[in-house]
Design a protein around this ligand. Structure first.
Ligand code: C5P
Length: 397
């Protein structure tokens, strides 16, 4: 949360400047005060009126006539001191060049020279401009001076081309600001989250899987990151975007998932929401199994997969809080209690998956600990995630 923090947002000239408006909304929703400085280029893409309405503050755009009342003070110095963090989003190629050279011909340039606050830069430009040696050199100079960067992302641009140059999404920039300011009850904590199904190969083209969508696990990763945790998400194959600000390790099989989890230790928190396959095919065929005319269907012999939750619960580098999930179709709480003891974890989130939970938007869960059972009402998976992250933060408080 950014409650009461002062963010000075410099909006320079890029077609992506509209995302700065969304960023303002996110920051204010977290309780931050945001003041915007609009450069001449930025004003070609968003209006001062939009920024003023969304920030609820006068927008600064003129070095010689800073708005906002206190004219006796020098505007750029006052703004530079006011900021807990200065964010340049979007940062155009031209703005990066000006910053690298310390040019101070406009209000944004003066603030960037005058501020002692950390500076986060979110570049946005055409991929060729991003790749140009001049831009590369400017970035290297600014990074050496201790400025922080987020993006740009790889993807489709406003022009009919694609490549690195897209402004990072507002959620990712907000996350980077939170990290920069070290805010949030879980800042300084490392959380490991598993999500999605695993795929257990039969042969090079076939596999055994389950209906897990990864929605719950991904939402948990996002919710922990929103509270300031550094999050590693080990995900089986899913059709979901990476949660902003989270390090994602993609795996296929249960054995790969265990290896990725162990490689991610140490962690303070482990929340294992993945629907890991209990069994794999004992012998994966090296070549595609062929259907022979008249021959019987093949028999698959299965082997037991490692139990990641049980392994991490008894690991030499055991996270302080280990939370498992229990997807059941009957006797939900009773099975969860048994699982808690058997697997050695601290809490179990138990849910009934006999309905439309797997792949669906909502979840109805019980939080089962060694000495209590809490029944949570049916809610969106994102809300389950937010509530669980808040409980984790309470536990560490
Ligand atoms: O035993 P069961 O599959 O019901 O346990 C569910 C919990 O155990 C979940 O948290 C799941 O992520 C975890 N699990 C695991 N490795 C397995 C099987 C389940 O980590 N091989």
């Amino acid at each position: 949360m950014l409650h009461g923090r002062h963010i000075l947002l410099i909006v320079s000239g890029s077609v992506a400047a509209f995302k700065a408006l969304m960023l303002v909304r996110l920051l204010r929703a977290e309780g931050a005060r945001v003041r915007a400085v609009l450069t001449a280029g930025g004003a070609r893409f968003v209006t001062r009126e939009s920024l003023a309405a969304l920030t609820g503050e006068p927008v600064q755009d003129d070095l010689w006539a800073p708005r906002g009342g206190e004219e006796a003070e020098i505007g750029h110095i006052r703004l530079a001191r006011w900021a807990d963090a200065v964010v340049v989003a979007p940062a155009s190629a031209n703005r990066l060049a000006q910053m690298a050279h310390g040019l101070a011909h406009d209000l944004a340039g003066c603030i960037l020279l005058a501020t002692c606050a950390p500076v986060l830069v979110a570049p946005a430009m055409n991929p060729a401009m991003w790749a140009h040696p001049a831009t590369r050199a400017n970035i290297a100079t600014l990074a050496e001076r201790g400025l922080h960067f987020i993006g740009p992302e790889d993807g489709p641009m406003a022009e009919p081309e694609s490549g690195p140059g897209r402004l990072s999404e507002p959620e990712a920039i907000a996350y980077a600001i939170r990290t920069l300011l070290g805010s949030g009850p879980l800042s300084g904590r490392h959380a490991l989250v598993t999500s999605g199904p695993t795929h257990e190969p039969i042969d090079p083209v076939r596999y055994i899987a389950n209906r897990s969508s990864g929605k719950q696990g991904h939402a948990i990763a996002a919710a922990l990151a929103a509270l300031g945790a550094r999050v590693t998400l080990v995900s089986g194959p899913v059709a979901l975007p990476d949660p902003p600000g989270v390090v994602v390790r993609r795996v296929e099989t249960a054995r790969d998932m265990l290896a990725a989890c162990e490689a991610s230790l140490p962690a303070d928190i482990a929340i294992l929401a993945a629907a890991v396959a209990d069994w794999r095919v004992a012998q994966e065929a090296a070549q595609k199994l062929k259907k022979q005319p008249g021959a019987a269907a093949p028999t698959l012999s299965m082997a037991l997969n490692p139990d990641i939750l049980a392994t991490l619960s008894r690991h030499a580098q055991r996270p302080r809080l280990v939370i498992g999930f229990a997807a059941e179709t009957e006797h939900v709480v009773q099975h969860a209690r048994e699982k808690l003891a058997r697997k050695g974890c601290d809490w179990i989130i138990a849910n009934d998956v006999s309905g439309d939970v797997m792949g669906g938007a909502e979840n109805a869960v019980h939080l089962v600990t060694a000495d209590a059972v809490e029944e949570w009402p049916r809610m969106l998976k994102e809300d389950v995630a937010t509530r669980l992250a808040a409980r984790v933060a309470e536990h560490f408080a």
